[in-house]
Design a protein around this ligand. Structure first.
Ligand SMILES: Nc1ncnc2c1ncn2[C@@H]1O[C@H](COP(=O)(O)OP(=O)(O)OP(=O)(O)O)[C@@H](O)[C@H]1O
Ligand SMILES: [Mg+2]
Length: 255
């Protein structure tokens, strides 16, 4: 993992349009932001506000219509598809709400899959054992996803995102299908990845109880970034929720 002074994620004037027949959806409009190394950032916003679109652009899974995205100082909008795929495998770990595990593979085979995809098969066992221990799923390593709880499946998915030692982890509603207690455990793991390992974590969430774990919250609405605040000022999730709701209401009033 790189630890030099380069900003891991930087977006400038990002615009993403989706065309549906004659209709054009402006999923993101002129969004600019910088995310520092080792920070834990939550992206909040109502359904359809552009959260997943922003994540997909930062991961290089979709391309922007205008603007640029620098990942570890490199403009991914200028990369061809092959280079981008390689770059993503090196730099970014992705975690999704629905876990996206392969049902026929054991937990450990799901976790090591990205290594084989990028041709890195040398030191698999050591890094795998470390991750299984770290995430508390060592006893479940030989089980297939259908024999695992939701929380265990998400921990397998996080281990899969980390096996390539990415500098940046992007998670789209990682606790969205988990109960509150299990979701809290996932938040704790993500938070420790920043504090202990200096990874940069961006988490999309609807839940103030998840966002309070982050150091900073970015709020999107109708494709615009309408707020950007530090969480340290809030004693609990409820006060963060109130601030978030006020930001949404203020942007409504401004239209
Ligand atoms: N592939 C697509 N084709 C057409 N429109 C799309 C596509 N992907 C997203 N959109 C539209 O772009 C807007 C932003 O979508 P996005 O998925 O980023 O929202 P979101 O904030 O992640 O919502 P949710 O909280 O429901 O996941 C929405 O209006 C959505 O309908
Ligand atoms: Mg989404």
């Amino acid at each position: 993992m790189d630890t030099d002074g380069v900003i891991p994620l930087s977006a400038r004037n990002l615009t993403k349009l989706f065309h549906q027949g004659d209709h054009v959806v402006e999923a993101l409009k002129n969004v600019s932001l910088e995310i520092q190394r080792g920070s834990f950032v939550a992206v909040m916003g109502p359904s359809g506000s552009g959260k997943s679109t922003l994540m997909h652009l930062m991961a290089g899974l979709t391309r922007c219509d205008e603007g640029e995205i620098l990942v570890d100082g490199q403009d991914i909008s200028q990369m061809n598809d092959g280079r981008l795929t390689h770059f993503r495998r090196e730099k970014i770990g992705l975690v999704f709400q629905s876990f996206n595990l392969i049902p026929t593979l054991t937990a450990e085979d799901n976790i090591t899959l990205p290594l084989f995809a990028s041709g890195r098969t040398g030191d698999v066992k050591e890094s795998l054992d470390k991750l299984l221990d770290r995430l508390g799923i060592a006893a479940r390593r030989k089980h297939r996803p259908d024999a695992l709880s939701g929380g265990e499946q998400q921990r397998v998915a996080i281990a899969r995102a980390l096996i390539t030692d990415p500098a940046i982890v992007l998670a789209d509603e990682p606790t969205g299908s988990l109960d509150t207690t299990t979701g809290k455990g996932i938040c704790q793991i993500l938070s420790e990845l920043c504090t202990e390992q200096q990874r940069t974590i961006v988490v999309v969430t609807h839940e103030p109880a998840v966002a309070i774990w982050a150091k900073r919250v970015i709020v999107l609405k109708d494709g615009h970034m309408i707020d950007d605040f530090e969480t340290a000022q809030f004693p609990d999730a409820l006060s963060l929720a109130t601030h978030y709701q006020n930001a949404l209401d203020a942007s409504e009033a401004a239209v």
